[in-house]
Design a protein around this ligand. Structure first.
Ligand SMILES: Cc1cc2nc3c(=O)[nH]c(=O)nc-3n(C[C@H](O)[C@H](O)[C@H](O)COP(=O)(O)OP(=O)(O)OC[C@H]3O[C@@H](n4cnc5c(N)ncnc54)[C@H](O)[C@@H]3O)c2cc1C
Length: 367
């Protein structure tokens, strides 16, 4: 059986939902195909739920541009659509004097990215703001916030469906091929349903590279090698003392084991960085001592027994251990030569924050 539609978006994570909504609102007829039984069950529900300010990323990078633009769009969207969120603010803490140079670097990169509200604070003020946090200096980021990512995705889906878009769960795309006037996708169902579309957006997250590999007609060499950096989260038993999100200076591959507070007031610590070969969400408690040590650098009162194993998330990376961080990749016709195909690769953090800006960029590329 062959179906036909104007546009297919593959993958109903937060990015696929934002892209599908933007394209449908722009007047296209969009199907959003998702292999799982519902939306947002992969990376989009395994993250810190932080609205990032745009501090860390190299000036001019897509991460920097879309984080800053996406932050503004996301705050505005959440306010208009009643999505629970809060600009709770974050403190990036230099636990030891040797961390201070990193904070100075963040001040410079934030300014270069157009983020001008970062404020250096001294140890005495830090102690007043966060009596249980130890540090010799910190940066306060008032525009960093938290969002209920599930409610946000639900709002995106509602907009999409209200505008006439079709969400199709349990529809795994096996592969596809380039045909005259667009692409033909093949679903992984018993009937091997085919869907012809003028435009296809591959927003399959961790699986975007492997899906792209299965599109006949995409020139070889266009698909980057995926790398997987797992992050573990632990909860905290009992009451917590924090008034802000607390971050240490960043580590290779991640932003450092930080404190996030969700909208229900629950604290979680994480994520660490552990490289794995495949997509493997197993929670490995064997490095709990290292994890606790990383937290105690800025929160010495942590009790071992208060750490409760939580969950993992996997960063869809394009750079491996020891390699320079990669930028987001939005690959379109001018890059790979296939009209109507957009591949989104390496949409790791700050992809949740950037999602509405990313959707704008995809809509622009597809005209
Ligand atoms: C540990 C961690 C912490 C993070 N913290 C933050 C944060 O605080 N703030 C922030 O801004 N960002 C954060 N991020 C990044 C953010 O979570 C991601 O950028 C974002 O969720 C990516 O969304 P996505 O839609 O691209 O991918 P996903 O959510 O992974 O969605 C991809 C979807 O595609 C589907 N799919 C895959 N293959 C197929 C197929 N063949 N056919 C049909 N469907 C398919 C999958 O089932 C999945 O539902 C974090 C990420 C991690 C891992």
């Amino acid at each position: 059986m062959t179906e036909a539609v104007d546009t297919v978006v593959v993958g109903a994570g937060v990015v696929g939902l934002a892209v599908a909504r933007a394209l449908q609102l722009a007047g296209r007829e969009v199907w959003l195909l998702e292999q799982a039984g519902t939306f947002g069950t992969a990376t989009s529900s395994r993250n810190s739920e932080v609205i990032h300010a745009g501090i860390y990323y190299p000036a001019g990078s897509l991460k920097a541009r879309w984080c800053v633009r996406g932050k503004a769009l996301l705050y505005d969207y959440c306010a208009r659509r009643g999505v629970p969120h809060r600009a709770i603010g974050k403190l990036i803490v230099a636990a030891e004097p040797q961390d201070e140079a990193a904070l100075e670097g963040y001040l410079r990169s934030a300014r270069a990215n157009g983020v001008h509200d970062l404020e250096p604070i001294d140890a005495a003020r830090l102690a007043r703001l966060e009596p249980e946090v130890r540090g010799c200096m910190a940066l306060h980021s008032p525009s960093t916030g938290i969002v209920d990512s599930h409610a946000y995705m639900l709002a995106l889906l509602a907009d999409f469906e209200r505008a006439g878009g079709q969400f199709v769960p349990a529809a795994a795309v096996h592969g596809g091929r380039v045909v005259a006037g667009g692409l033909e996708l093949e679903l992984d169902d018993p009937g091997r349903t085919r869907v012809r579309a003028r435009a296809v957006v591959n927003s399959a997250g961790l699986q975007a590279p492997s899906l792209a590999e299965r599109i006949d007609g995409l020139p070889p060499g266009c698909v980057p090698r995926p790398r997987y950096a797992v992050g573990h989260y632990y909860g905290l038993a009992g009451r917590h003392p924090f008034n802000h999100l607390i971050y240490p200076v960043a580590e290779p591959g991640g932003l450092g084991v930080h404190v996030t507070i969700d909208l229900a007031g629950q604290v979680r610590f994480g994520p660490d960085v552990r490289w794995r070969e495949g997509i493997d969400y197993r929670f490995d408690d064997s490095r709990r001592a290292d994890f606790a040590a990383a937290i105690r650098r800025y929160y010495p009162a942590l009790r071992d027994e208060a750490l409760l194993p939580g969950f993992t998330g996997i960063r869809p990376k394009l750079a491996g251990p020891g390699e320079p961080e990669a930028d987001f990749v939005l690959q379109h016709e001018a890059v790979h030569g296939v009209p109507g195909l957009v591949n989104l690769f390496g949409i790791e953090s700050p992809g949740l924050t950037a999602s509405l800006a990313l959707a704008e960029a995809v809509a622009e590329r597809l005209g």
